[in-house]
Design a binder for this molecule. Structure first.
Ligand code: PLP
Length: 292
């Protein structure tokens, strides 16, 4: 029998407090006001429980992020030890700390290597949205330092999801989010998504569609002028936009195009990395087509 960990508050008490004080993202507030929020109280392995004692299979892994399941004692112990030793310090002003260095080195060792596609450096952020905001600034700075400050435009895709901050939502291609915030911000533009079942033509093979869909990137680069384009950003598999898996021909063709025009490729792996597609990083799958 599961114990409901609600600190002696009833589900209704919690729902009332929730309604009075807690603003939820991505929520139908009319529905929330009528039915009240579902209160999650406990999790273990792949399951979560709500305040009514109902056990649920957490098929979405939290928000696509609980890759190793809930209730991992080794993670709790490591966090406890570190909280007691050094719970916080910053990395500004030529300062560092041991766990941050060790993790950066570990991530670099796990990241894809080979040719000019070795990833040796790590920049930490607290969320996917913040990562993509940082991406916009880093990409601009990169081209500034190379003496090409006119390369400002980042190309993304319709229906992409890259987060909920100003830059994240602008990089994303969700029209509802754009409408709410006067977005996208300048110098971000979108091309079609490689969704074969919606955009494939009658008689067209998935492979042919993949090449055609990648071609939309080249068309956009030529329309804007290659010397104005800084980067292309995309999720290896579009998650929030509908779990859209591009045909096997798509990513190699995208890689060929960005290489041809010397444009940076940002692989947004917020939900595709760390084993989710069978590799540490989804980027390793892109050219080898293991996902179809
Ligand atoms: C591909 C992708 N990028 C960015 C984000 C934003 O991450 P966060 O919610 O941590 O800001 C998400 C969130 O699901 C995502 O799926």
């Amino acid at each position: 029998m599961h114990t409901i960990a609600t600190n002696d508050l009833t589900t209704q008490d919690i729902q009332a407090l929730d309604s009075a004080h807690f603003i939820h993202p991505f929520t139908d507030h009319g529905d929330l006001a009528t039915r009240g929020a579902r209160v999650i109280t406990k999790a273990e392995g792949i399951y979560i429980w709500d305040s009514e004692g109902e056990k649920l299979l957490d098929a979405m892994s939290g928000l696509w992020c609980v890759n190793v399941g809930y209730g991992r004692k080794e993670l709790a112990d490591a966090a406890y030890q570190q909280m007691m030793t050094l719970p916080f310090y910053n990395s500004f002003f030529q300062t560092t700390n041991v766990p941050a260095v060790k993790l950066a080195a570990k991530l670099a060792s796990l990241a894809p290597h080979g040719g000019d596609r070795s990833f040796e450096h790590v920049f930490y952020s607290s969320s996917g949205s913040e990562s993509n905001d940082s991406n916009v600034r880093m990409v601009r700075r990169y081209w500034d330092l190379l003496g090409q400050p006119q390369r400002k435009v980042i190309i993304s895709r319709h229906n992409a999801y890259h987060g909920s901050t100003m830059a994240g939502a602008s990089l994303g291609g969700m029209s509802g989010m754009h409408a709410q915030g006067d977005l996208p911000i300048p110098n971000i533009t979108h091309i079609g998504q490689p969704y074969f079942f919606e955009n494939g033509k009658p008689g067209e093979s998935a492979d042919d569609f993949g090449i055609r869909a990648a071609g939309w990137l080249e068309e956009k680069i030529l329309e804007l002028g290659a010397d104005k384009v800084a980067a292309f950003i995309a999720e290896p598999i579009q998650g929030a936009g509908g779990v859209i898996i591009p045909p096997p021909t798509y990513w190699p063709e995208i890689q060929r195009i960005v290489d041809k025009y010397g444009i940076l490729l940002i692989s947004d792996e917020v939900i595709c990395a760390f084993g989710r597609l069978g590799h540490w990083f989804a980027y390793e799958n892109l050219a080898t087509n293991l996902i179809w």
